[in-house]
Design a protein around this ligand. Structure first.
Ligand SMILES: [Fe+2]
Ligand SMILES: [Fe+2]
Length: 290
């Protein structure tokens, strides 16, 4: 089975509509069996739908997991005007259905012996900055979401009705239930786990001088990239051999070895921003075999 992976379309960013159309056409030429869109299609319902539709001809089967930007209900209300959970469980499910995508948070999908399980993920302060003076900062400094003139928008723009750690708890519980169901199913030979957030801390790219934000701010923002508990969950799922995600706009592929089990291949293939594509053009969209 050949799977096209893409994430972080952010179609409303400058140049990203064109880049997404060009990538969709390149991926379609390779005739994959399935497409995974691992979040951040847009940041308002119309741009999310537009992002989904740009990739709707790439493969006969398409799957979608929302990103944090897709859940910014305070930037633009989703249908019904509910909170981020309402958008997650209802509004985005409806958008995905309208665009012809399987919406993985609603349920697992199985094809040709491959099971797909997906939830967005979130962050819970288990990823810590590499810089020693930032690493031990109390959680409230990160909850403030402002640091040396830069801010992280999820606290202001999402509305969960609970703490971010509790959001992560719920996401993990839901993903765990899906993985357990697929692990138990004799018809499933392999599982592809899909998240938006990064499951393994060492897959968050280190700052480099070409980044447009200062090193200390980059390191501060590491906290918002994912959760070590996501990675722990994947490692405990024996049939999970491929884990794909988005959120970081730096593409990459890795292998996570585990004792007594098959290794897990990990991949992300974001469209990212124009500046990010100029810095690292390779890996923007990927075909994976399983
Ligand atoms: Fe993104
Ligand atoms: Fe994101």
């Amino acid at each position: 089975m050949r799977i096209a992976l893409v994430s972080d379309l952010h179609v409303e960013y400058s140049g990203n509509r064109e880049a997404s159309h060009a990538l969709a056409s390149r991926l379609a030429d390779q005739r994959p069996d399935a497409l995974i869109l691992a979040g951040d299609a847009g940041s308002t319902p119309p741009t999310i739908l537009e992002g989904l539709e740009i990739f709707s001809e790439v493969a006969p089967v398409r799957m979608y997991v929302p990103g944090n930007h897709d859940l910014w209900v305070r930037l633009a209300p989703h249908r019904g005007g509910g909170d981020s959970w309402d958008a997650y469980d209802r509004g985005l499910a409806e958008l995905a259905a309208a665009a012809g995508y399987h919406y993985l948070p609603s349920g697992v999908f199985i094809q040709n012996g491959v099971g797909f399980a997906g939830e967005t993920g979130w962050f819970d302060f288990t990823f810590r900055p590499a810089l020693p003076d930032l690493r031990e900062l109390p959680v409230c400094v990160f909850e403030a979401a402002e640091f040396e003139g830069w801010s992280w928008p999820d606290f202001a723009l999402c509305e969960w009705g609970m703490s971010v750690t509790e959001v992560t708890d719920v996401m993990l519980r839901r993903l765990s239930t899906k993985l357990a169901r697929l692990d138990r199913d004799p018809a499933v030979r392999s599982i592809v786990a899909v998240t938006h957030h990064v499951p393994f801390r060492h897959h968050v790219n280190a700052w480099s001088p070409v980044c447009e934000i200062p090193e200390r701010v980059w390191e501060y923002c590491t906290v918002f990239m994912g959760s070590t508990r996501l990675g722990d969950l994947l490692v405990q799922s024996p049939k999970t051999t491929l884990a794909v995600h988005g959120h970081s706009h730096v593409p990459g592929t890795w292998v996570v070895e585990r004792e007594g089990g098959a290794p897990i291949r990990v991949a992300r293939a974001p469209v990212g921003t124009e500046a990010e594509r100029a810095r690292s053009p390779e890996g923007r969209g990927l075909i994976l075999e399983i």
